[in-house]
Design a protein around this ligand. Structure first.
Ligand code: CA
Ligand code: ZN
Length: 298
């Protein structure tokens, strides 16, 4: 089990473990506040912000090189017994009328989150997951082409995420589990929680990919981000169009029309106003008679 934490995605991060293609790895994760908040009396403004958004890793995957794709099968996500949700200063579409800072400790009972006088089922997901970027250091609180803080509530057990590899070994890391998070994550947090994640890491050689791709039981998604949500949508669509063109043999215009009549534009994170970029996903259903959008043969 890996228990080493970093606060940015960077080619300079020292790998804490080396694995071969196909190996299974378990990560112990802290919540996005590095477990600094344990009671409702503690406000978000009271914590050490140098320790927010830790990720566990990185793991060096042998044989992964720039131009490859890292394939991450999420095998299992276990979360702890209680999570934290809060409002954040100057964050989100309701902060102008709900300016109060509030911390809520949300217990988990028999697979349900207890919120005030109701309970609802957990949906454990991974907020921060990715590989080292091509250049520079990206704090774990930010998303990008390398992955990072994508806050996509469909990155759950039994899903598979594909990342473009930019540096030798990929340098894979993850953290920031949520026991539940709504699309948009409008107040700036999900049910922030620590836990354990088991993944299988594999490599597809020489496959051109610009943005992370998520494969669920029945959908393909591209996840893209930008400060400008229109640009984020454009990046996700461009990547999806190229993948459809390559995998299905349809030209770019047919791919565009197909995406318009069958695709799905969804929001991962949109807690504007705030300093966080918007994260979106563009999805299309899987097609039985067609190959996957990403495969080693392409
Ligand atoms: Ca997050
Ligand atoms: Zn989080």
């Amino acid at each position: 089990m890996i228990r080493d934490y970093v606060y940015e995605f960077s080619s300079k991060n020292e790998p804490v473990k080396r694995v071969k293609k196909g190996e299974i790895v378990t990560f112990k994760t802290l919540d996005c506040f590095s477990n600094q908040i344990t009671t409702e009396e503690q406000l978000i403004t009271g914590i050490d912000f140098n320790r927010v958004n830790p990720a566990t890793g990185p793991v060096y995957v042998e044989d992964a090189k720039a131009g490859d794709v890292l394939v991450v099968d999420i095998l299992k996500i276990d979360v702890e017994q209680a999570g934290i949700a809060s409002t954040l200063p100057e964050t989100g579409p309701l902060i102008h009328r709900t300016g109060e800072l509030r911390t809520k400790v949300l217990p988990i009972k028999d697979g349900n989150i207890v919120f005030n006088d109701i309970e609802f089922p957990i949906n454990p997901m991974i907020g921060v997951i990715g590989v080292a970027p091509k250049e520079g250091e990206v704090p774990c609180g930010f998303p990008g082409a390398h992955g990072g803080n994508m806050d996509c509530n469909k990155i759950v057990a039994n899903s598979r995420v594909y990342f473009p590899v930019s540096v030798p070994g990929a340098l894979f890391q993850l953290g920031d589990l949520h026991a539940s998070m709504g699309d948009g994550e409008i107040s700036g947090t999900g049910v922030e929680i620590g836990g354990e994640v088991k993944v299988k890491l594999d490599v597809i050689e020489d496959f051109q990919l610009e943005w992370p791709v998520l494969e669920t039981e029945d959908m393909w998604y591209v996840i893209a981000s930008d400060d400008n949500i229109e640009l984020a949508l454009r990046y996700a669509c461009e990547q999806m169009q190229s993948l459809i063109n390559r995998a299905y043999g349809w030209d770019m215009t047919d791919a565009y029309i197909y995406m318009s009549i069958r695709g799905s534009f969804e929001i991962c994170q949109a807690c504007k106003p705030s300093g966080f970029p918007a994260v979106v996903r563009f999805g299309v259903p899987k097609i039985e008679e067609k190959p996957g959008l990403i495969s080693s043969k392409a």
